[in-house]
Design a protein around this ligand. Sequence first.
Ligand code: SF4
Length: 226
Amino acid sequence: MRRRADVDRLRRLMRQVAACRACQLHGFLTEVRPVTAEAREARVLVIGQAPGPVTHREGIHFAGPAGRTLAGWFEAAGFPSGAAHKWPTLSAVWLTSLTRCFPGPSASGNGDRAPTSREVALCRPFLEEEIRVVDPDVIVLVGAMAVRAFLGPIKLEDAVGRRFEQDGRAVIAFPHSSGVSRWTNLPENRTKVERSIALLRAERERLVDTDAPSVNILSRGWQHDS
Ligand code: SF4
């Protein structure tokens, strides 16, 4: 049976996320501002680590430099421009992350603080429900934290460039796209990223070939008025 998002349920979920104060109540954050999105259909779901400062400010997942890099990967995989996101290629996908509130800067001053495992656990029910209601065909994991959260204790270099499958969905891994990580400095790791892009392209082509209603989303991008 063709997968499709339950848009009404997704809308209700986004309202619950917006009202969440769990990390403040548990003393992890002094300010919480959960990032949500307008409920809509999407066949690909992207899971990052946590909002960065630009995402926190603008209230749009992957609004900062990490989004620009991610959009470049999707563009290289043939995803079309849409009108709903700061980086239009990302309009065709549903963006989310392990946690939805900016964790603040890291103690070292190099990038953002990684959310603790407890913060990730507090936010995980939202993510699980999001996966259930979007019901994507493809899940893209961005960064080592997201990779480990879904694929278990695996090294990033053993995950990027390979296709995994969970609950009948393709799972494709990428490194963290913020630019803080030096992981992609190694030529062999850049080759693995190219392989992940090729896997993403193959999944997109498979969806366009086999699932006519997705053509609007995957060939032309998602538009506000669609
Ligand atoms: S990160 Fe998630 S669990 Fe924590 S306050 Fe924000 S929405 Fe709630």
